[in-house]
Design a protein around this ligand. Sequence first.
Ligand SMILES: NC(=O)c1ccc[n+]([C@@H]2O[C@H](COP(=O)([O-])OP(=O)(O)OC[C@H]3O[C@@H](n4cnc5c(N)ncnc54)[C@H](O)[C@@H]3O)[C@@H](O)[C@H]2O)c1
Length: 372
Amino acid sequence: MKICVIGTGYVGLVTGVCFADLGNTVHCVDTDVHKIKKLNNSFVPIFEPGLEELVKKCYKDKRLIFTTDLKKSVTRSDIIFVCVGTPSVKISNSANLKYVFKVARDIRKYIKKFKIVIIKSTVPVTTGDKVEEIINSKVRRKLFEVISNPEFLREGEAIRDFKYPDRIIIGTENKKVTKILANLYEPIIRKGAIYFKTSRRSAELIKYASNAFLATKISFINELANLCEKIGINTEDIAIGMGLDKRIGSRFLRIGPAYGGSCFPKDTRALVSIGKKFKANMSIVRSVIKSNENRRSLLTKRIYEIMSNKLKNKIITFLGVTFKANTDDMRMSSSLSMIPNLLKKGAIVRYCDPSGKKKSSINIVKLVFILM
Ligand SMILES: NC(=O)c1ccc[n+]([C@@H]2O[C@H](COP(=O)([O-])OP(=O)(O)OC[C@H]3O[C@@H](n4cnc5c(N)ncnc54)[C@H](O)[C@@H]3O)[C@@H](O)[C@H]2O)c1
């Protein structure tokens, strides 16, 4: 099939490359000229295990095209994936949809024959309705269909997660589109993924509900770790003992720093904001956000305690500064809130991160400048 992927970040690039690897022709479009230039020179701007090799292979086979030319990419494709960012709006904590809506306004100029517009970005319930309205203001309704197909990949495991997902969620009422997408995803469904068709609004909410639930699991075990430390019990044993119950499961029950990254922090906040909009109290999710903030400051306080509050000229080394292992993503990493506090107290901070060499140095140098 002929596919256009808009946005070549963690989700867009992986989506584009994996569909190309499955035999489709994929135009990957980004407004970031430097990123596209790098990709056309076989330089992959993000670290994701296995991604560089796959990009090089599909690019060489001419199944993967990197471009800033939206018109050509949309015109030549039957399916358009929207994979742009949806960061938090600072004051309201809702998802910022300006990039998604800009894409909707931009692509409608080039829709002259039937296109399936798939929103893969994580977006609040009813965003699909708004995207449909925007396109429909210039394009006849029968020339396009807006679908929700949220992405569940994890950074660090993105290629594997894309090719072997537990489920593929498709939010549409359109039977013809359901068939086309079942065909597109057939090689993945064949390997065992469940193809779950639902309404567009449900698909949008499934993504937030899933992320909020996983964030809850992480926060739960982190809070239990605080209790276990007070009692003198090994928290790992508690996690193993709980996880052995199939109703609970062992995944996401690992004790660690506060959850970070580009998804859980913003998606939990966005779910609270969706709740406010529809006048439903998301009290559990609000508590999870609070618990995670406490975890963030608690670990820094623990260092103060260990060092008897004497941090001046003490060398503290971070083994890993990205938000988790096997990624270079620094967004909302715990290290970014811990390091400034330690520097302010006069500590000398060193770090080593094999997967986040470039981005960690940029982010940490920025932090030091802000503090100076
Ligand atoms: N990162 C993850 O692990 C992950 C997992 C699942 C879902 N998601 C969701 O997927 C979406 C994308 O996340 P990401 O981490 O890949 O974001 P990202 O910030 O890494 O990438 C977004 C890309 O979109 C590009 N872009 C912005 N506006 C554009 C436009 N008008 N035309 C073309 N390109 C444009 C940007 O230049 C950037 O390269 C978000 O909604 C996120 O919540 C992310």
